[in-house]
Design a protein around this ligand. Structure first.
Ligand code: ZN
Length: 297
């Protein structure tokens, strides 16, 4: 990142343990750092960018295109196809716990999950802080896609049967507020699904500081199976907690293995273009947790 003013940085407490608990430096990404809470082990960014500055970064096409496209329209189509396959595979698992009803996808991006969910008969709603993403997702779901974040989303209580957040929870600044909002918006027995990078995964442990999910400064929390259980426990009962995978082109996987951002060096583009015709299912170093809203006593 280009220079960051000290006034644009903040040093949060561990949301699970509160103030006064020591933090140990794990990795330095100046001016940011990943620290672990000595109390519970939660890994998070401190210092991190203050929330208003981060919201500015999410606006517009620039942040988003680097996520979704990479190598122009061909790769975009391959990426779209792989995401539809990935989400359909995830929906098969989710259907064991919630097979129908109204779903809200938080951080829906261009709406690939919404498309996959509609194909399976869910009534799909989307939410994303980026105006650009909302515009794309509306092509699939019309005005059931809203701009915003879960914590302040203006939906009635108990409106949804299923709430999904894929690669979104690690961006959330006040995770316990997110969990409380999820509980409020879900119907009785509603199901919450979160997929988020797992710092205890094999991929994370072999990659160290170069772990692809250390996306600085956007990823502010790195949830392990143990810490996400603690975050959910007061309001949700965990039904399943597993590693996550995704379909990706072989070119994307190779690029990631080599630590190259898109589109990669010029000499590698022809072989990458060939490899992009092949899709593989790969464990991606994330975890998926499926949890049910606790019924009120
Ligand atoms: Zn803690």
């Amino acid at each position: 990142m280009t220079s960051v003013a000290e006034s644009d940085l903040e040093r949060p407490d561990c949301p699970l343990c509160g103030p006064g608990v020591a933090q140990r430096l794990r990795h330095s990404f100046p001016p940011f750092a990943a620290v672990a809470c000595v109390g519970c082990g939660l890994l998070f960014l401190s210092p991190r960018l203050v929330a208003p500055r981060m919201l500015e970064r999410y606006q517009g096409a620039c942040y988003f295109d680097s996520e979704v496209a990479g190598q122009g329209y061909d790769e975009y189509l391959a990426v779209r196809e792989n995401w539809l396959r990935t989400f359909d595979a995830r929906l098969r698992v989710i259907a064991r716990h919630q097979r129908a009803g109204r779903v809200l996808d938080v951080g829906c991006g261009p709406g690939f999950f919404l498309e996959a969910a509609q194909r399976r008969g869910y009534e799909a709603w989307g939410l994303d802080p980026s105006a650009y993403a909302v515009e794309l997702a509306r092509r699939a779901c019309g005005d059931r896609v809203r701009q915003g974040v879960l914590e302040t989303a203006p939906f009635p209580a108990g409106h949804f049967d299923l709430l999904t957040a894929f690669d979104a929870f690690e961006h959330v600044y006040q995770p316990l507020d997110f969990v409380a909002a999820a509980e409020r918006l879900l119907a009785r027995d509603g199901v919450l699904v979160i997929t988020t990078p797992d710092p205890t995964s094999l991929l994370a442990r072999v990659s160290g500081r170069r772990w692809v999910s250390f996306k600085i400064p956007e990823h502010v929390f790195y949830w392990s199976p143990a810490t996400i259980r603690r975050a959910l426990a007061p309001r949700f009962e965990v039904l399943a907690l597993t590693g996550a995978g995704q379909y990706a082109t072989a070119g994307f996987l190779l690029r990631r293995l080599l630590g190259l951002s898109a589109p990669g060096p010029r000499f590698l583009r022809p072989p990458l273009a060939l490899l992009n015709r092949v899709s593989l299912y790969a464990n991606n170093g994330s975890l998926t947790v499926i949890a049910r809203r606790r019924s009120a006593a």
